[in-house]
Design a protein around this ligand. Structure first.
Ligand SMILES: [Zn+2]
Length: 235
């Protein structure tokens, strides 16, 4: 990453780079990156990529950050299979390179030509500050799961599982964030939040949006909520 003037970032891109530099020392992020490497997945360079995500005239982003699926050794194979104008492949475990379930949208294909985790520099000010490092941990859980299991990202049960884990392990469902979202019911708060956010993410997936997402999340919930890897306890 280029050295940037930390006091006076000149633009969104520099601001985003400073943001990433300041967050990658978070112990949860360090642990996830180490575990991904330990499992033998080679991290692309740069792994965290600041990029504009808003399309012309668009004010509401489709995502604030996203993991580009198949970012490890399979990335080039997946790209080769997806020639321009071809239909997305969703078989053989080598589906198209696309963003993670919660953030997937065909309009964002221009962001997906390189592997790694995209941080949307043009919406970071608006959406990134409150929950920022949790966003990175969320995407890293998807990366970890992709490395661990060679995921089929057209399989809605697998997507539901990684979304449950990402919501449960990222810290985005801590009570302080839930209250800021207007959810004040403390009883069962963590599970309710994880269930709600995983379902929402699944509904945004192009492969799963026409299916009964609540039912899929329910089916996967207990097993995936209990799966804390690579942490020993819920961070
Ligand atoms: Zn997600």
């Amino acid at each position: 990453m280029d050295t940037v003037n930390k006091l006076f970032p000149a633009n969104d891109h520099e601001f985003c780079q400073i943001y990433v530099e300041s967050r990658i020392t978070d112990p949860r992020i360090v642990h996830l990156l180490n575990e991904i490497s330990r499992m033998g997945c080679k991290l692309p360079t740069p792994f965290f990529r600041c990029a504009p995500c808003l399309l012309p005239g668009e004010e509401t982003p489709m995502m604030t950050a996203g993991y580009v699926l198949g970012s490890f050794d399979r990335f080039n194979d997946i790209k080769k299979l997806n020639k321009p104008n071809s239909k997305p492949r969703a078989t053989d475990g080598l589906e198209e390179a696309t963003s993670s379930a919660s953030e997937s949208d065909y309009k964002l294909q221009h962001l997906l030509d390189k592997p790694g985790i995209i941080i949307c520099e043009d919406v970071l000010h608006k959406y990134g500050s409150m929950n920022s490092e949790n966003n990175l941990v969320h995407e890293l859980i998807h990366a970890y799961d992709d490395c661990r299991a060679i995921m089929n990202w057209a399989d809605c049960d697998q997507i539901a599982c990684t979304e449950i884990r990402a919501s449960a392990l990222s810290g985005e469902c801590r009570s302080m964030y839930e209250q800021l979202r207007g959810h004040y019911n403390v009883k069962g708060q963590l599970m309710n939040c994880v269930r709600r956010r995983a379902t929402l993410s699944l509904k945004h997936s192009r492969y799963c949006q026409d299916q009964d997402c609540e039912e899929i999340v329910d089916r996967q919930f207990d097993k995936c909520f209990a799966d804390l890897e690579p942490f020993i306890s819920r961070p």
